[in-house]
Design a protein. Sequence first.
Length: 277
Amino acid sequence: MRRKFQTLIAERTMEMILGYNRNDWERFSIKNPVQVKIGKSISSILIAGKSGSGKSLSARWYLWQLLHNRESLVFVADYKSAREHEAYEDSSSYASGEKAFDMINDFYQFFTEVRNKKLRLRQSYILVVEEYFGLLTYAENQSKKLKTELMAKIGEILAVGRGLNIGIMLCVQRADSALFSSGAREQFQCVMNFARCSSEAFRMLGFSGELESNPTSRYGAGEALVLIDGQESIKEIKVPFIKNEEVLCDQIRHYLHHQPSLPKLIRAVAGGESTEQ
């Protein structure tokens, strides 16, 4: 017998570690975790940082946490086709290069089906977008319409997805307002900037509203400023160096390979079946 969706169902949440309090680590070698609740209060995360800032490696650690806890299903649209992600290539939950557009479109269709049926999913469903600026640049070179449609889809998920337990983790070198449809950038519940944060980015990402001065001139790779909805102050964090990165990527591949594809999930929602894992 097929399991049917229920409109109101108990929501799962998970604590994801963003990093460890930088000051406690530097002064006392104490790892005091800075965490967010994925699904209950945080659905979308903006990760900014220049090349070499530790942004991408940190994002892989977050991806591993989301999948390892089995409370989230994650789909990766990786336009830059990162060498580190080659291990995921045979997974239907990962798309690189131009295929990243198909992944985003499928995720948007899943989001639309869930929204139209007024469902609240138990598990979190998260789209990870790597190199968003490059993706938009390619789209604009194809046609302005393609770029506008892509920005609109991302913006709509950001605006409405939290209530459906659907979110986005978006990685970008600079989070300029031009990359987002009107007001979309403000919909992220967690904003991070790795390594040195320029004066413009410090103001643009909202850090200047709480900090009198920019402390990031001494930041190295894997160190970040974090602004989290519902938490009183801006956090300074340090992400641990990831040993055995190849093993980490292999585990991510395993988790991605064993979760259902987006087309399968779309059919399940349309047919009233459960997507719960």
